[in-house]
Design a binder for this molecule. Structure first.
Ligand SMILES: Nc1nc2c(ncn2[C@@H]2O[C@H](COP(=O)(O)OP(=O)(O)OP(=O)(O)O)[C@@H](O)[C@H]2O)c(=O)[nH]1
Ligand SMILES: [Zn+2]
Length: 252
C-alpha cells in the first residue's frame, strides 16, 4: 500500500438536491484539504447506513456533457441520478471526482468525440490523440474516504479498475455492485467498447455483432435499439433490475 498523506475535511454544508424528474434528497457536501492531485473533488454524503453495515459508495468521474447537459453519447447522467437515489436509500457517499474525460479533460474529450465520429472507438480515439485510454488515479478518492472514516465499502460501479485501485490504496471493497444499464442509440458503441476493452461488467458481451448496427443515427427511437441489443432502453428501474445478476463479491 502506498504511503499517502492524510487529507482532512475542510467544509461540510447541507445541500438539498432536487432533480428535474421530481426526486429530491438532502445531502451533505464535504470539501477537503490535502488531496494528492490538488483538484476540487467533492464528497456527497447521503442517507445514514444502518449500524453494522458498510456504506454504498460510488466514485463518479465528472462528465460535463452527460451530468449537466444530458448528453446521450454516454451513460453518465442517468448513472449519477441513479447513484444518488440508491446511495441515499442505503446510506453512503458519492465522490464527485473532477476527472473529466477519464482524466484527459473536456477539450481533449471533445477532440476524441470528433475522432469517434470518424469511426474510432472511445479508447482508440484517446490513443490517436497521444493520450492514455484512461488517465484516472483514485489516490485522492482513497484520501477522501479515509477523511470521512470509511475504510470498507460496497462499490457501485461496473469498472473493475476502480475496485482494484481502491484495494491497492488500502480500502476494503467488499462487493462491487453494478449500476443500471442506460442504453441510447448514441451510446451503445461506447458501452460495448467498455465491455470489450476494459472489462466493464455490463451485460452487452453476448451481443450478436454490435457493428451490425451500421447507422445509429437512423435509430431515432431507443426502443428500436432495444430490439437489437436485447437490453432495456434507459428506464432507471428496469435497467437496474436487468443487471442485478451481475453483482459480484470481489475476493479480498
Ligand atoms: N476520453 C473519453 N472520456 C469519456 C468518453 N465518454 C465518457 N467519458 C468520460 O468517462 C468518464 C466516465 O467513465 P465511464 O467509463 O463511463 O465509467 P466508469 O466511471 O469508468 O465506470 P462506472 O463506475 O461503471 O460508471 C467521465 O469522466 C466521462 O467524461 C469518451 O468517449 N472519451
Ligand atoms: Zn459521460
Amino acid at each position: 500500500m502506498p504511503d499517502t498523506p492524510a487529507a482532512t475535511s475542510r467544509a461540510r454544508v447541507r445541500v438539498p438536491l432536487r432533480f428535474q424528474d421530481g426526486y429530491g434528497v438532502d445531502a451533505e457536501l464535504v470539501t477537503f484539504h490535502g488531496l494528492a492531485d490538488g483538484a476540487e473533488h467533492v464528497a456527497v454524503v447521503l442517507g445514514d447506513p444502518a449500524p453494522g453495515t458498510v456504506p454504498l459508495v460510488r466514485l463518479h468521474s465528472e462528465c460535463l456533457t452527460g451530468d449537466v447537459f444530458g448528453s446521450a453519447r454516454c451513460d453518465c447522467g442517468p448513472q449519477l441520478r441513479e447513484a444518488v437515489e440508491r446511495i441515499a436509500e442505503r446510506g453512503g457517499v458519492l465522490l464527485y471526482l473532477r476527472q473529466e474525460g477519464r482524466g484527459i479533460g473536456l477539450y481533449n474529450k471533445l477532440d476524441a468525440y470528433a475522432l469517434q465520429d470518424q469511426g474510432l472507438d472511445t479508447y482508440e480515439a484517446n490513443a490517436a490523440l497521444g493520450l492514455p485510454e484512461d488517465d484516472r488515479d483514485y489516490t485522492a478518492a482513497a484520501q477522501m474516504l479515509r477523511a470521512l472514516g470509511i475504510t470498507a465499502l460496497d462499490l457501485l460501479s461496473n469498472n473493475p479498475d476502480k475496485a482494484a485501485q481502491l484495494r491497492y490504496l488500502g480500502i476494503s471493497v467488499r462487493d462491487r455492485v453494478p449500476t443500471g444499464v442506460f442504453t441510447t442509440a448514441h451510446n451503445v458503441r461506447y458501452l460495448h467498447a467498455k465491455v470489450v476493452k476494459t472489462q466493464h461488467t455490463l451485460p452487452l458481451a453476448n451481443l450478436p455483432d454490435i457493428t451490425a448496427v451500421t447507422d445509429v443515427t437512423a435509430l431515432t427511437d431507443v426502443t428500436d435499439l432495444t430490439d437489437v441489443t436485447g437490453l432495456t432502453a434507459h428506464p432507471e428501474r428496469a435497467g437496474r433490475a436487468g443487471v442485478t445478476g451481475l453483482a459480484e463479491r470481489d475476493a479480498g
